[in-house]
Write a protein that binds this ligand. Sequence first.
Ligand SMILES: [Zn+2]
Length: 336
Amino acid sequence: MIVIEKYNDSLHNPYWKFQLGPEAYEIKDTPMRVEAIKKVLREDKRFKFVTAREFPERYIAKIHPYHDYIKKTAASMKEGEEFYPDLFPGEGAHLPKVVDSPLWGGIWCTDAVTPITQKTYDVARASAETALTGAEMLRDHKQNRVYALCRPSGHHAGPRVFGGYCYFNNAATAAEYLLPSGTVAIVDLDFHHGNGTQEFFQEVKSVFTASIHCDPSIEYPYFWGYADEKGKGQAVGTNHNEPLPKKTELHEYLKAVGRIVEKIRAYQPAFLIIAAGFDTHEDDPIGGFNLHTHDYFEIGKAFSLLNIPTLICQEGGYNTATVGECVKNFLLAFEK
Ligand SMILES: [Zn+2]
């Protein structure tokens, strides 16, 4: 299987996040995650590494209204500085016509865990280009199954706001790229609901979105991910959420997978994108389903058997001792 990597992920290493009370916490999304995944995949000859190519900025800018904000803010940062939006105006605020200061970031951002550093724009863009490179391979029939080793993740970044460690939505960018060539289904398997991805396509009939995640009444992102969110307007019926309790075991997890597989089969998309998070692992420091390292093969198999050209985009997964093996097991299910 082709593994698409990029060159500058290690430049993205913000340190603090402000969440859940007065303390600042270390950000768990470190470059070590990618190194851990690469180390395991490099040891197996079935994986072939390809460097992501550059794409014109417009592929990312056209769907992310905060593209220029992130780019300009990053360019205004000194080395080592981290900027955290901390003023969130909410609905009904008098918004200025020109937004040209980092201080306005609360218009575009949901939280204070997604800081902007000098390199944030470069690495977030390269992460989206990693997904775009994979999408291009599928579109041009060069590959049938591709893994994009994206970091930062993308699934919490939406059409209005970014947040949750995510700046640009990699899976959504790839889906937009593929849409002129056919319909798309996106399945999000991260422990946290893919709220950004859902919002991108909730009124778009030509993209089916589904997510299996921890019940948002007790887990981030709290305000999205409930079972009654089924799409809007002409697209009602093209979104499917499977909120599950903490500590869910494989048996119950696979039932949710089965329900989604059936829906995808009925939808018959031309392309499948899997936003693959591995913070569902039993030992993940942020997540907390009871999935074991070897379970990911069986989960991957259920989607592989659909036999649809598939792009797998990396999302979360924060235990650097286990994430590499989890990714490998998942990807091997897609080997022919
Ligand atoms: Zn997650």
